[in-house]
Design a protein around this ligand. Structure first.
Ligand SMILES: Nc1ncnc2c1ncn2[C@@H]1O[C@H](COP(=O)(O)OP(=O)(O)O)[C@@H](O)[C@H]1O
Ligand SMILES: C[C@@](O)(CCOP(=O)(O)OP(=O)(O)O)CC(=O)O
Length: 461
């Protein structure tokens, strides 16, 4: 087999509705995939059986190279980086994929994967920009190491593990058809991501990286509970444990996870706008505060979660009904958008039944419950400074409403805005001191999940 070169990319995410609830398999969440994507360019070739090399380069960061010279006498090759550099996400990915494809029984390989991450994932501070030879890709180069550069919360590790998994699976299986690889990439990525994080999260970030914008309902954590108990280093020294891991992994990855991944996208003419909020406050461990409160207050907790779930459901339904309206009667739909914008500018009164009102009303109700959760738990999910900011944003013409995405906190806000109103909104907020803490990010929804991309787009980088 000659050298193989392929590239894959996967999006970052914003959790618009379903924070905390998404941790439980009984609730739906609404996750938007973003235009900022993580990329992996893989080049690999077969070698003699005793050679097994995987090198991963992430040259946008200092010391961003991880070389694994795998030992062909040890199950999965003893995954130790040659310079002693740790990247738990890469180590877990290699372990899962090498076990899944049974790399020990294959010919040797020499694989290089180059990682690129779009500007949205990390701070722009202290960076230089490089553009690919064909001008199609542009990346920021940082002076610091990956774990020293500030993140923006788009889910860099989920993107990284997804694209590296896709790249390796594609190399080993010879399959480059993303759609037929998608479920395998997803299941392997969830397991590797949980291994690296040493916990079973809700997995919405991985699901969005692989499937794109989705209404998501998580898998039962018990599905992967047992396999996560396997200790990497003990397996590598013990072929019985390694065989057991490989068999369990193959059977779990190949099974039906019974989770919900319903493709979605914001309605036409409605855009997602993300704002980076710099108030310099730390967001402490919000998740543990909420889960502790829920455990200690089961009755009140259940009631609040149920109300929040109902409001999330209304928002999801309201967004979906806009799609239906647009499909059924395009002209009426455009009139609806216009009517909403004119009314907010103080023009003619908007029809009581304007369906966009259902969206803004649902967002307002979601926020009411998130504030109740904030008060009840003491976790800064929608702290008062964010309430004031979101309220101001909601009064701007063409803004349907906004939330603090994901777990909440001080760092970001996420608005739904009519596309035509965005230029005026940007101008207005630039002049207004009360928005001086907000930096609008050059991001929007792009609902695609994992995609194959063209290797030429990364030439010259
Ligand atoms: N571009 C990248 N190149 C190499 N490793 C990366 C990259 N992006 C993320 N990672 C890995 O993921 C880790 C960050 O993961 P995490 O703290 O879970 O953040 P996030 O919430 O963005 O996923 C980094 O320390 C690094 O190990
Ligand atoms: C609270 C949560 O339900 C949502 C957190 O979403 P964010 O997007 O805020 O967070 P990161 O995991 O840091 O990327 C926890 C979870 O689902 O894992």
């Amino acid at each position: 087999m000659g050298p193989v070169e392929r590239a894959f990319s996967a999006p970052g995410k914003a959790l618009i509705a379903g924070g905390y609830l998404v941790l439980y398999p009984e609730y739906d969440s609404y996750v938007t995939a973003l235009s900022s994507r993580m990329h992996a360019l893989v080049r690999g070739q077969e070698t003699e059986k005793h050679i097994r090399k995987i090198t991963i380069e992430s040259s946008q960061f200092a010391e961003g190279i991880w070389s694994y010279d795998l030992d062909s006498n040890i199950p999965f090759g003893n995954i130790k980086e040659v310079h002693g550099r740790r990247n738990p996400f890469l180590e877990a990915t290699l372990m899962c994929v090498l076990a899944f494809v049974d790399a020990d029984s294959r010919p040797g390989f020499d694989i290089t994967i180059r990682i690129f991450s779009d500007p949205g994932y990390h701070t722009r501070d202290d960076t230089t920009t490089r553009v690919s030879s064909n001008g199609k890709r542009q990346f920021l180069y940082h002076k610091k190491k990956i774990n020293e550069v500030a993140k923006t919360g788009l889910g860099s590790s989920a993107g990284l593990v997804s694209v590296v998994t896709a790249a390796l699976l594609s190399y080993f299986t010879g399959n480059r058809d993303v759609d037929s690889l998608r479920n395998t990439v997803h299941n392997c990525t969830q397991i590797a991501h949980c291994h690296a994080q040493k916990k079973i999260g809700s997995g919405f970030d991985v699901a969005a990286a692989v499937y794109g914008s989705i209404v998501y309902r998580r898998f039962q954590p018990s599905l992967i509970d047992e396999i996560l108990k396997h200790e990497f280093h003990s397996m590598q020294g013990d072929s019985t444990l390694a065989l057991d891991y490989k068999n369990s992994l193959q059977s779990i990855v190949g099974s039906d996870w019974h989770f919900k991944i319903e493709k979605c996208a914001l309605p036409p003419g409605v855009r997602l706008v993300m704002g980076d909020v710099s108030v310099g406050s730390e967001t402490p461990k919000l998740v543990s505060l909420v889960l502790k409160w829920k455990q200690e207050n089961p009755v009140e907790g259940e009631k609040l979660f149920e109300s929040l779930n109902k409001a999330n459901g209304s928002l999801i339904a309201a967004l979906s009904s806009l799609h239906e309206l647009q499909r059924a009667n395009e002209a009426a739909y455009s009139a609806t958008l216009k009517d909403y914008q004119v009314a907010m500018k103080g023009g003619a009164g908007m029809a009581e039944v304007n369906p966009l009102r259902r969206v803004s009303a649902a967002i307002a109700t979601v926020r009411d419950h998130l504030r109740a959760l904030t008060t009840a738990t003491g976790a800064d999910i929608e702290p008062p400074s964010q309430t004031a900011l979101l309220d101001r944003c909601s009064r701007l013409p063409g803004v349907l409403g906004g939330v603090v995405p994901g777990a909440g906190g001080f760092d970001a806000i996420c608005l739904l805005v009519l596309e035509d109103a965005i230029p005026t909104m940007l101008q207005t907020t630039e002049k207004d001191q009360s928005f001086s803490n907000v930096k609008w990010l050059p991001l929007h929804e792009e609902s695609d999940g994992l995609l194959e991309t063209s290797p030429e787009d990364y030439a010259g980088l």
